[in-house]
Design a protein around this ligand. Structure first.
Ligand code: PGA
Length: 258
């Protein structure tokens, strides 16, 4: 696991966007796993800017979002489809038919199987973007999710509902169910780029990076993956016990021959 402690969320977004753009330059039909929430917004801003200012094309990219709420119409302003449209899809040349979300209506079991089959048919996810919940969730894989779980409907914890309540006005109905890629699905991505900002996530980051692998802290499953990078700010890194080591390792990595 690589841990990069960044000076700011903006620096983390610069690094992650640069990784995605480099991967896209190598493979124009890149398969991207995408996340929602406040964390990835800076990355999406940079991808939109690369399209507008440098003419970077996403015309052959395929995308698979991690999760979506059950109970909100696709065009609802709080749906993750709306979020992605606002922050990324409306600003790049990604064809709508290349966009995939886990199913939220109809036969969910069949829809989840079809979503997994579509990932496989695309050749698997090349780069998966992740945030992390304050309870250690990735996607909407809440604590006690099987580390082998696949795309499925799930129930959100009180902690997640409380964390996300800020996006809803008082009295507005907040969905409490969602469909999410499973932890097993996420672990099949070739490369995983996680970002975490703020002290609210410090305990989860510590558990994920330095704790035992446990379904009680779902992000700890990432320890089983060969190519994961955590991009964290100082507040999210606060409880890590090996911060100096992560800094030295990152300097070594960028200094050949050191
Ligand atoms: P946030 O959510 O980016 O809004 O903090 C992250 C998550 O819950 O995975």
């Amino acid at each position: 696991m690589r841990v990069i402690e960044c000076a700011s969320a903006a620096e983390a977004a610069d690094l992650v966007a640069a990784e995605i753009l480099a991967a896209l330059a190598r493979k124009p039909d890149l398969v991207l796993g995408l996340a929602t929430g406040s964390t990835p917004v800076g990355v999406y801003e940079r991808l939109v800017r690369a399209h507008r200012e440098q003419g970077v094309s996403f015309a052959r990219v395929r995308t698979f979002n991690l999760d979506e709420y059950i109970g909100l119409p696709a065009d609802h302003p709080r749906s993750f489809r709306s979020f992605m449209h606002t922050h990324l899809f409306s600003g790049i040349d990604l064809p709508p038919e290349n966009v995939h979300f886990p199913p939220v209506d109809g036969d969910l079991a069949a829809g989840c199987a079809a979503f997994e089959a579509a990932i496989a048919a695309a050749g698997g996810i090349d780069v998966q973007l992740l945030g992390i919940g304050s309870n250690g969730h990735i996607g909407f894989n809440e604590p006690t999710s099987s580390l082998a779980s696949r795309t499925r409907p799930t129930t959100l914890t009180d902690k997640t509902l409380a964390d996300n309540a800020r996006h809803y006005v008082p009295g507005e109905v907040q969905p409490h169910r969602a469909t999410t890629m499973g932890i097993g699905t996420i672990l099949e991505a070739r490369r995983i780029l996680l970002q975490s900002f703020g002290s609210r996530k410090a305990r989860a980051v510590h558990a994920a990076v330095e704790g035992p692998v446990s379904s009680f802290w779902p992000a700890s499953a990432l320890q089983l993956h060969p190519d994961v990078t955590f991009h964290v700010d100082a507040d999210s890194a606060a409880l890590l016990t090996m911060r100096d080591y992560y800094r030295r390792a990152y300097v070594d990595e960028r200094t050949p021959g050191r």
